[in-house]
Each structure stands twice: as C-alpha cells, then as structure tokens.
Design a protein around this ligand. Structure first.
Ligand SMILES: [Zn+2]
Length: 482
C-alpha cells in the first residue's frame, strides 16, 4: 500500500514538473516595436465620416435606393480630390468601386485594403430608442453616432483619409495599393465579387488582403487584462437547409400520434440536442498559442498544456455562444412554418436551419450529419444556393500578418495581438483566389456594449478611436509599401 502511495506521489510530482516546464517555456508571440513617427491629423478630420453617415446607403434584400448610392458616389469623388486625380478608379456594378495606386517597384505584389459603404436598415420600431437620429452623423459625448459608424463606413472613409493624407505629403508607395469598396456586403456581396472577378481577369496577384472582421476587444479571455487585437485568419462557411415534411392531415379531434408539426419539431430538437463536434484547431488554436503566454496563473498553465486540458477547455468554450461558435459548426433553427387553423391538422410543415461551417467541415459532411441526426426518411432536406465552405486559413508567419501585427503595436501599444476565426462572413472571401493571405481586422476598439450596437441601436464610435483608425491605416500603408 505504501509503495502505491509513493508511486502516486511520484506520478503527481512528475505531472506538476511537466506542467511547470511547459508553462515556463511557453514562448510569447508578442513583438515589441520602436515608437512610430507621430501622425497629426488636421482639425475636423472626422467631418467626412459624419457626412458619409448622413447619406443613407441602406442595403435591402429586394430594393436599392439608387439616389442614396449615387449621392454617395458623388460624395466620394468630390471629397477626396487628390485620390480622385491621382489614383485609377473603376466603378463596378454602378455603386461599388476600386482604386489602384501604382507602386514604384512593379516587382512587388500589391496589397488590397477593403471596406463596404452599405449599411443595414434601422428597424422602424427601434427608431425612437436611438439617442440621436441614426443618419444624423452627430457628435455627442465624444462619439460620432449613426449607422455605419462601426460597420463599415469608418473603414471606407478612414482608408480614403489615410491615402489623401499620404498624397498630400507627396508619398509614393514602393508597392502598389488596391482599395475595394463594395456597396452590398450586407445582403449579397455582388459588388465585391465583381471587383474580384475583374482583378482576376487582369491577372492581379496580391501580397495580402485586409478587410473588416475582428476588432480590439477587452475582457473576453480570462487572465488577460490587456486589450486583445484579433486578426482573423479565416472565416466560417455558410449553409441553410430547408426541412419539409408532408403528412396526413384531417380533423384535429381525431389526431394520429404525430402531426407534420410534431415531426418537424422533433427534427429540430434532435439537431439542437446533438451539436456538431467541437475542436480546438486552426485559427482558434492559434488564438490560444498567442494569448496563452500572456495569461496569468493558472490560465497560462492550462493554455501551455492543451495536451491535458483540451477537454475541459472545450467544455468552457462550449458554454458561451460567442466562444462556442469558434470551435464548432453551429446550428440555428431560424424559421418554422406549418398549419393554418387551430382545428385542422396540417398536411405540411417546414423549418429552416442555418449552419455556420467550421473550417474543415464541408457542406456535404454537414448535410450527411443532419440526415443521420434527424434519422427520419419522411423529412426532405433541401440546401439553399447561397452555401459556401469555410475560407482557407491564412498564414500568421507571412509578411501581411507581421506588418499588421507591428502596425497594431505602433498604434495600440497597450494591446496584445492574436489570430482568430471570424464566425460571420465578410466580402474578403471573394479575394481568396487572388492572395495566399486574407486577413480580417478592423483597427478600432469594440468597447463595452458595442457588439449589440453593430446592426443594432446607437451605433457609434469614439472620435479618438476613429482618429487612431486613420493613423493605423496610414502607418499600415507605409509599413507595407516602403
Ligand atoms: Zn460589415
């Protein structure tokens, strides 16, 4: 017995030694940079963003407000005079556009910086809940308020401000720069996909692409007090399945054991009860490799020893919808339909389920999993056409990532940088064939409550944060193209 305790004690000591060794040798992936040259913006730098917000370029599924988009086109052309006269501009699908600023060295692959100038509508019921009128572009309490302040007019106007500033200083890039601004990202992305097709026809090869995606966030990971700037290395795929069943109808006074409504409901319950398997890999794994060494005890021990703690970590990540979405293909029942009147048994019922595919899970595999989980031949499964697999994984060792990382450290030195998986979709996916590396990072803080403000009520950005966004883009262009 004593021997057994001795053996157990030894095993425990060994385990502690291994955990400690792994933790102490867990290498930091953060970099330090020399202080960058200060960039001073002229007074009123925020005015053009405010004016851009005033033009309601709203994306709706069925109609397009042509007057608003035409006004926005005119606004861009008249406001950024140096860009309009120096860069090559191409208008695509009437309201999207791209610019090209040739570099001095044609041997260097150009970069592509992106944004979109359409915005989602404001729900009429929510209108009176706004602190200011949503298309006023008003400044109040140090914020610029309105639709597009965070998603995504600040990128479009911020990028143009950065380039106009560099042109004013007679800056000439070594490497060419493309800017691409889509007009319908929120509904379909036809603008961006047409721009990508045109560049592909021209044989353009890009060094890297940067689009919206993650932000700088605070208090999202335990054991880290610094803000975290997350650079999206990949984005999830998209699949919508329509489930339908035809079953016996009749009088509701003599129902059979199950109705069409019951059959469909059971299928949804089965899907919700059997989530797709979760894994910590790809961009999500890299997030922990970058964040782990910066965490305090005992979180750093867990991150350094994922060989042991993978299962409990997955459990913790699964418990919150935000982190759950980063480790698995998610299942969301979004529409249910069936029945007409309370005393008629319907002959038909249907449900719509939206899946966001984790990299590695293909559309075919997801459909197969759904079939097996529902396990009911009576249910017909139809995939909608707007489906796509997840993007490829961009390289965190490549030039583009390193430049974005060092520019973040120059502009937001208080933060740490990590890769991550974007759970929504961006226009950047159309450019995958043009570049080995596509990154998704919007260079500003997502402050307390801002997640709900995007597509929600009281969208706004701190004037100070917007200033730093312009400075980030200015430095990024210089760092990428010197
Ligand atoms: Zn957006």
């Amino acid at each position: 017995m004593k021997k057994l305790f001795q053996l157990l004690g030894f095993a425990l000591l060994l385990l502690i030694a291994v955990l400690a060794y792994k933790t102490l040798t867990f290498p930091s992936k953060q970099i330090s940079v020399a202080p960058a040259e200060a960039i001073k913006l002229s007074k009123g730098f925020e005015n053009r963003l405010k004016d851009a917000i005033k033009i309601p370029t709203i994306s709706r599924l069925t109609t397009i407000d042509t007057a608003a988009f035409e006004a926005f086109n005119l606004f861009l052309d008249s406001q950024f005079v140096l860009i309009d006269t120096t860069l090559e501009k191409t208008v695509v699908n009437k309201y999207s556009r791209y610019y090209y600023w040739p570099g001095r060295n044609p041997m260097l692959k150009p970069i592509l910086l992106m944004g979109h100038h359409d915005v989602v509508p404001v729900e009429p019921e929510a209108l009176d809940k706004w602190t200011v009128e949503p298309y006023s572009g008003a400044t109040k309490d140090g914020y610029i308020w309105g639709r597009g302040a965070l998603d995504d007019k600040l990128c479009v106007i911020g990028l143009l401000e950065a380039i106009e500033l560099l042109l004013k200083r007679d800056y000439q890039p070594e490497r060419g720069i493309y800017l691409a601004f889509g007009h319908d990202e929120e509904v379909s992305g036809t603008g961006a996909s047409s721009i990508a097709a045109q560049l592909e026809d021209k044989g353009v090869e890009l060094e890297y692409v940067l689009d919206e995606g993650f932000f700088i966030v605070e208090n999202v990971l335990p054991g880290i007090s610094s803000p975290i700037a997350i650079i999206g290395l990949a984005e999830k795929g998209y699949l919508t399945l329509d489930l339908s069943v035809t079953h016996d109808g009749g009088h509701s006074s003599m129902p059979k054991k199950q109705t069409a409504v019951g059959i469909i409901s059971k299928a949804i319950t089965a899907l919700e009860a059997n989530p797709f398997p979760g894994t910590i890999e790809g961009a999500t794994k890299e997030l922990f490799e970058y964040a782990g060494p910066e965490m305090s005890f005992p979180f750093n021990v867990v991150m350094a020893n994922l060989w042991l703690f993978q299962a409990p970590l997955k459990g913790i990540l699964s418990s919150k919808s935000t982190t759950n979405a980063t480790i698995r293909t998610t299942t969301a029942a979004t529409i249910i339909d069936g029945g007409l009147q309370d005393n008629i048994i319907p002959t038909q019922a249907s449900a719509t389920i939206n899946f966001r595919l984790k990299p590695g899970d293909t559309i075919e595999e997801v459909i197969q999993y759904v079939k097996e989980t529902i396990n009911d031949e009576r249910i017909e499964i139809q995939a909608r056409s707007n489906k796509r697999n997840a993007s490829k994984l961009s390289d965190s060792d490549a030039f583009g990532f390193k430049i974005i990382q060092s520019t973040i450290m120059e502009t937001f030195p208080e933060s740490i940088v990590t890769p991550g998986l974007v759970v929504g979709g961006t226009d950047s996916r159309y450019f995958e064939s043009l570049a080995d590396n596509v990154y998704r990072f919007l260079p500003t803080y997502l402050r307390n409550g801002d997640v709900e403000r995007i597509h929600g009520i009281d969208e706004r950005i701190l004037v100070e944060d917007y200033k730093n966004l312009i400075i980030f883009y200015t430095r990024l262009i210089k760092n990428s193209t010197n």
